[in-house]
Ligand binder design. Structure first.
Ligand code: SAM
Length: 280
């Protein structure tokens, strides 16, 4: 394939979907997580990044662990019972609705993604669950998300909600400052008492910085073509107007881990961070 994909509304590449000759973000993430829904071209991205960061798969496992712990936290420690999960990815173990509905069976989860494979698998998984929706939309176009009728029909924006932006914004290839504005637009639209959870590749600005930047180069020049690492200060800008829940913006591995960390952290574990913020 030599033709360029058509740009979407936000100027990003159109989703790759089922084309097995092009890597898709969702399928590459599935390959990182040892899933089965990926092609050779997706696994090639993993191999390229592993050449610079052998522990690269832990970027995905740490991200996923953070997501699951955040779901459990919000379901048990807050009254949030509606969730908007932007860039949900292919169904895997412990999806958002499975974690939160274990605690709150009536919790509503609106998944959003633009990858046709994700939508097909997601809808198949959720056919029986009336408290879940899968909506096809461009998550890097926040106005379109906020005006989307399917989402507004399912999520009540007059009531606090949980907004997830997990492992997504580092795949935005437009202007470096744009994610900040995207988050501001989304957060402005949330009612007081809402929670926002976000995870993102981190440049730790220490002796592991070179590995982060090498991995970034590998991602950007891979068949997937995205994977930006941001510094702690840059990531803090993605939570405008929010009060961060303890312990604030930290490596995902350090956000209320399930147990003590006995082994030294790998490079990958040092290069992905996340936080949860509450809108006052
Ligand atoms: N949030 C999940 C998690 O943390 O486990 C999955 C993260 S996965 C790395 C990123 C997801 O974002 C993929 O499923 C991809 O299809 C989706 N995505 C990327 N760009 C998107 C866009 N412009 N609009 C909608 N979804 C997008």
């Amino acid at each position: 394939m030599t033709d360029s994909p058509a740009p979407s509304v936000s100027g990003q590449r159109a989703p790759v979907g089922v084309d097995p000759t092009r890597a898709s973000i969702a399928r590459v993430y599935d390959a990182f997580l040892n899933g089965k829904d990926n092609y050779e071209i997706d696994r090639a991205v993993l191999k390229q990044v592993q050449e610079h960061m052998p522990s690269a798969q832990e970027l995905a496992f740490e991200n996923r662990g953070f997501l699951i712990r955040v779901c459990r936290f919000l379901a048990t420690q807050t009254d949030i019972d509606q969730f908007l999960d932007l860039g949900s990815g292919l169904p895997t173990a412990e999806n958002v609705h499975q974690v939160v509905q274990r605690v709150r069976p009536d919790a509503r989860v609106n998944y959003v993604d633009n990858d046709p494979v994700v939508l097909a698998h997601g809808r198949a998984l959720l056919e029986e669950n009336e408290n879940c929706r899968f909506v096809a939309a461009d998550i890097f176009d926040p106005k379109a998300i906020l005006e989307n009728e399917e989402i507004r029909h399912f999520i009540d924006f007059n009531k606090p909600l949980g907004l997830f932006q997990m492992g997504t914004l580092h795949h935005y290839n437009g202007p470096r400052d744009a994610p900040k504005e995207m988050m501001r637009t989304l957060i402005d639209a949330l009612p007081s008492g809402s929670f926002v959870a976000l995870s993102h590749f981190l440049d730790p600005q220490n002796e592991h910085s070179t590995t982060a930047r090498d991995a970034e180069e590998a991602f950007l020049h891979s068949p997937m073509g995205s994977g930006t690492f941001r510094t702690h200060d840059e990531l803090l800008e993605l939570f405008p107007g929010l009060e961060l829940v303890e312990p604030g913006l930290v490596r995902c591995a350090d956000w209320w881990p399930d147990g003590p960390q006995l082994r030294p952290l790998t490079s990958a574990q040092r290069c992905i961070a996340g936080a949860v913020g509450r809108k006052p």
